[in-house]
Design a protein around this ligand. Sequence first.
Ligand SMILES: [Zn+2]
Length: 541
Amino acid sequence: MTDTTVFQARLILTMNPARPRATHVAVREGRILGVGTAADLAGWGPHRLDTQFADQVLMPGLVEGHSHLMAGTFWRYVYGGYFDATDPAGKVWPGLKTLDAVVAALGVAASGGDGPVTGWGFDPIYFGERRCHRHDLDRVSQTRPVGVMHASGHILNVNSVALEKAGLLRSGIDHPGIPLGEDGLPTGELKGPEAMMAALDQVGLNRAFLSGDEQGITDFGRLCVRAGVTTATDLAATLGETELATLERVTGAPDYPVRIVSLLRMMGMKPADAVDRARTLAERSTELLRLGRVKIVADGSIQGFSARLRWPGYYNGRPNGLWYTAPEAIREAYTLGLRHGVQIHTHTNGDEATELVLDCMTEALAASPRVDHRFTLQHCQLADEAQYRRMKSLGLCVNLFANHHHYWGDQHYAVTVGPERAERMNACRSALDAGVPMAIHSDAPITPMAPLFTAWCAVHRLTASGRVLGEYQRISVDEALHAITLGAAYTLKLDAEIGSIECGKRADFCVLADDPSTVPAESLKDLRIWGTVQGGRIFAV
Ligand SMILES: [Zn+2]
């Protein structure tokens, strides 16, 4: 009995430039023993030949560098998004095109059971200027709390009962994230983590639950297999002991199909405590659960008008957005992270937030010099070329939100930032040309996890209406495939283990029915995914 399996494939795209194409890959103990021809591998001794992929194409397992476990958990709630979406079991849920349709879908859920009625994926920017009001959601229920999370994850709409239970249905509230109606009472729109905080629990969207729910983590794994993903991030986790115990148990099961890289969200924590906690967590890393990194959120979302923009601000004249973390806290966290070797990823959407973070990094590096820190800016949607040049000089990586450009590009062009800045959003070409290591992402559940679709977005920059938005910033298919494998692995400091198919790396493969190197570039998003191989274990969709 041999412990070596040789998989025969129609083609293996290795992403290793020294040996880019092969037909056979030998796997032992979950790792790649060798890749090449059958003859190349014969020298490794006795093996079992597995021909089940003889008609398939293998790529390195795809790496989702910015996603959230709640992409699995959310599916137990009402899908209220504008675009069609596929659940973990493969069922397609049609997009809801009007506010009434969202209210109706929530109403169906409210007709049974008790407790909160919860929706997600809500995207009212498509419904014109009218904002969702608590009275809209009072039509769903006047006795149960109702809440619907926006697609951006930065805004929550709730009904009167939820407001009341959260202690917010009163006059005299003065908070930038809690708009008031003419009656002096909150409208039910809660913007930013601080404003949402009290209501989240009331509507069943407790953050610890969202990233620590056993069924959700399991469903997240199923979404990953469907997308060809073998490593995915949970980019803003609370990582309390209870969530951690669940994560350890679920990812430790022999059939869990994906490596989870979970970043500790520095929210309501002192920077020193966050960095300390990350160092303690790092020691608990396992093969399928990687811990020890920190996530900071600097501002909000552009389509929610809560991102921080530099002059001249929003195209439609909306007031500037919100700071989520104080500059001093960012600077202190960076200084400590650099000193102790704790990697930090930072969400910056608006270019003022990016600029602030670049300033903080400049000061932190002066205080705690470190090479190869790979601190990474997440989203970084509005950065201009001068900012990419600064990122390069500071050793920063970037993970751009290519999907966002597709889903909201038309709104950015017409409403949020205007044509010129919309064309430079998610500037993949500028990043690569400046020499900034780059990944691209879905931010699932904000948009669906599907790295091949994300690659298609970066290659074509087509918006939902079919406009090519920012032709100059398009990248090649090869560059996009690199971004969803080695590029994302690099931002997680995992590129020595995953991201390409070569001797010594983990046996993580994306199994495709079609060949990405020969299909027309327009079809990149339509490549048929058979499933994955993760650490040598086989998972069919
Ligand atoms: Zn995110």
